[in-house]
Design a protein around this ligand. Structure first.
Ligand SMILES: [Zn+2]
Length: 239
């Protein structure tokens, strides 16, 4: 597997290319019955247009994905959204399969947290939503009060505050990892509730961080779990 890198990317962990990651998911999940036409992909990623390259790669490997996106990639669609996705999953002899990709993102193009965008002078933030949430947390925003006109950002601050408790607000790479962890916990909670005696739902949850290097994306792979008939298996990451 190729090993892309860039200035400062040590802070986010070992990188693999996006196609390599997706090739690996296809190979690793096939023995569990997950194939392009037997599983529905779901993506929990930031709304940022920079993420469309990653989503396109998921589509190329797994078909069109159900979109769980919100600011920063926090999954806020809840049980209702996931139930809608399940209704779109292929029925393979009564068995339904979901492959969920939870990937917050970070820029590493002109410094950690920065990216160049076409037509935009200088660099801009990525993930801007995580950066804004960090600023709010540092300034003491509790996250208790939800702004109905800024609901996603409010919930992002709330979830991070809940996880942090009274701890110091981490730097951007660590805050991004925290978003990944919060997203995975929420998704695993919701996914675990899907199966019923009348409806078998197998699912896989793959997570990491998309890193925007100069003109190309790479990813960290943090965790990959597959659940079949309620039995959970941690997949060994590619080496
Ligand atoms: Zn973002």
């Amino acid at each position: 597997m190729s090993a892309p890198s860039g200035p400062g990317t040590d802070a986010v962990g070992a990188l693999v290319s996006v196609p390599s990651l997706l090739d690996w998911t296809r190979d690793a999940l096939a023995p569990y019955g997950f194939h392009e036409h037997t599983a529905l992909p779901l993506v929990s990623v930031c709304r940022d247009e920079l993420m469309f390259g990653f989503v396109d790669a998921v589509t190329a490997h797994w078909g069109h994905a159900f979109d769980l996106s919100s600011l920063a990639g926090l999954p806020l669609m809840g049980r209702t959204g996931l139930a809608a996705a399940l209704g779109h999953a292929p029925d393979d002899d009564g068995r339904h399969r979901l492959v969920v990709f939870a990937f917050p993102h970070i820029g590493a193009d002109g410094g950690i947290g920065a990216v160049h965008r076409p037509g935009v002078p200088g660099t801009t933030a990525a993930c801007g939503a995580v950066a804004v949430a960090r600023t709010a947390l540092v300034s003491g925003v509790s996250g208790v009060v939800l702004d109905p006109h800024d609901i996603e950002a409010s919930l992002l601050v709330q979830r991070l505050r809940r996880v942090l408790g009274g701890a110091d607000v981490p730097d951007l790479p660590a805050a991004t990892e925290l978003v990944r962890r919060v997203a995975v916990e929420e998704l695993a909670l919701l996914l675990a509730d899907l199966s019923t005696p009348d409806l078998v739902v197998d699912w896989a949850l793959v997570s990491g961080v998309v890193v925007h290097l100069h003109d190309v994306d790479a990813v960290t792979l943090s965790a990959a779990t597959v659940v079949v008939d309620g039995a959970s298996t941690e997949l060994a990451p590619p080496t």
